[in-house]
Design a protein around this ligand. Structure first.
Ligand code: URA
Length: 439
């Protein structure tokens, strides 16, 4: 379908020229454009030109808010007000080994706040939450709105696929940005993430904005701007929103890959697990509980006494999964060993993430399958002592022809210096870099 100048309120070429010439888009232009694009009246090539103009020339706070609202208005809005407890959700901008949603959702539920986690599948080197959970035999991602509400009331936590009814304009636009080199625009990323979260209807939202080689945002300045923009959008929409800036220069935890990450999450729920995963899970849980108005419960207690594990088991079982089932294990492994004594001074998130992806843990195209057992297990990570000949990492895959390219990504990361480096002085690492709140 093409534009009909007799019936359409605006002309797409005029809107493109406005942004190309660095002017502010009017409310009417934005409302019309997002709606007309969703209806198929604005052509893909016109939207491509406009998104490139926005990437180059930006949008101000009013434009971003209007764009976000227009995307929300393109679909349905969920309503959790019938639930007997408050709601809080978390969104991570994505990282390597970022399995935090898995222990976090049941932990927060165990503390009395309902967690509606509408998630996606992974694309590229950062894994998707649904891919991880689908390594649990029987677990099902697709729930109707009624099933989701019933589970939220009963169990208090649900992690499921975001239905196509939420912000359909964003779905179409994100796919276009993905193939036109226009994803990396802070205004459009903010509008994209927040339109889905606001439409989802959560009362409180915590954003985990990652910074570092394995993250979308490579610099702290960009991560701060993204966090600030999203916090403002959420706050203006009446959602209690805060953000944590967190480190993604090194993978989170030791397991990177779908089943490996589920195993590690269960270890955290059992009161163990890697210290960085535990620290970030508790920090985000505190933020979510505070946002939902619950300040008299310490999530560390609910992890330690098994309440979070109980909520996990009920959450998995409610979606058809068997919490006691053996998880898939890859058929082939290869070990990476230390060539000298020392301490791990670099464990680069991007290099390890790409290795896990190449082993089969992630996908290159939306329709590709993932291997449940594939990935990287880090026996040694940043700051840990290692002896010559000791195993630093085990690579897992069902398709051993993938080992060469995976090892290549470990060897060539960090401009050829390698993803893993051994030195003499353990580096400092702060998981939570800063907190950004409304105001
Ligand atoms: N995630 C989203 O949902 N949208 C973006 O634009 C980028 C990351």
């Amino acid at each position: 379908m093409t534009e009909n100048p007799a019936t359409e309120a605006y002309d797409a070429v005029d809107v493109i020229r406005t942004k190309r010439d660095k002017h502010e888009l009017t409310d009417g232009q934005i409302d019309w454009l997002v709606d007309a694009y969703t209806r198929g009246v604005v052509a893909e090539e016109q939207m491509s030109a406009l998104t490139m103009a926005i990437l180059l020339n930006g949008m101000n706070r009013d434009e971003i808010a209007r764009w976000t609202n227009a995307m929300i208005a393109s679909g349905e809005r969920l309503d959790f007000s019938i639930l007997s407890r408050p709601t809080a959700d978390k969104h991570s901008t994505g990282g390597v080994g970022d399995k935090i949603t898995l222990p976090l959702a049941p932990l927060v539920a165990a503390c009395g706040v309902a967690v509606p986690q509408l998630s996606g599948r992974g694309l590229g080197h950062t894994g998707g939450t649904l891919d991880k959970l689908e390594s649990i035999p029987g677990w099902r991602a697709a729930l109707s709105n009624e099933e989701m509400l019933a589970q939220l009331e009963d169990v208090g936590a649900v992690i499921c696929a975001a239905g196509s009814g939420l912000a359909p304009a964003d779905k179409k636009l994100y796919a276009l940005r993905d193939v036109t080199g226009t994803v990396e625009s802070i205004p459009m990323i903010s509008a994209s993430i927040m339109s889905k979260k606001i439409a989802e209807g959560t009362g409180a939202l915590v954003l985990d904005v990652k910074v570092g080689s394995g993250a979308f945002m490579k610099t702290e300045a960009d991560a701060r701007e993204l966090a600030r923009t999203m916090v403002d959008l959420g706050t203006d929409a009446g959602v209690v929103t805060t953000a944590l800036l967190t480190d993604m220069s090194t993978p989170l935890g030791r397991g990177i890959g779908n089943a490996l990450e589920v195993t590690e999450s269960v270890a955290v729920l059992a009161g163990g697990g890697p210290a960085d995963v535990v620290e970030l899970t508790i920090a985000l849980a505190r933020e979510m509980l505070a946002g939902a108005g619950v300040t008299d419960v310490d999530p560390a207690d609910a992890l330690a006494d098994g309440r979070a594990m109980d909520a996990w088991r009920r959450m998995i079982a409610a979606q058809g999964g068997d919490p006691d089932a053996e998880l898939p294990v890859a058929t082939h492994t290869e070990e990476i060993r230390a060539d000298r004594d020392g301490v791990i001074v670099r464990m680069d998130a991007l290099g390890v993430g790409v290795a896990a992806w190449r082993l089969g843990a992630g996908r290159a195209r939306k329709e590709d399958p993932v291997q449940a057992g594939a990935g990287v297990y880090l026996h040694k990570t940043l700051g840990e002592q290692v002896k010559a000949g000791e195993v630093i990492a085990t690579l897992h895959t069902d398709t051993p022809e993938r080992f060469t390219r995976a090892i290549d990504s470990l060897d060539t990361a960090c401009d050829g210096a390698g993803a893993i480096a051994i030195g003499s002085v353990a580096p400092e690492r702060s998981i939570v870099i800063d907190r950004i709140s409304a105001g």
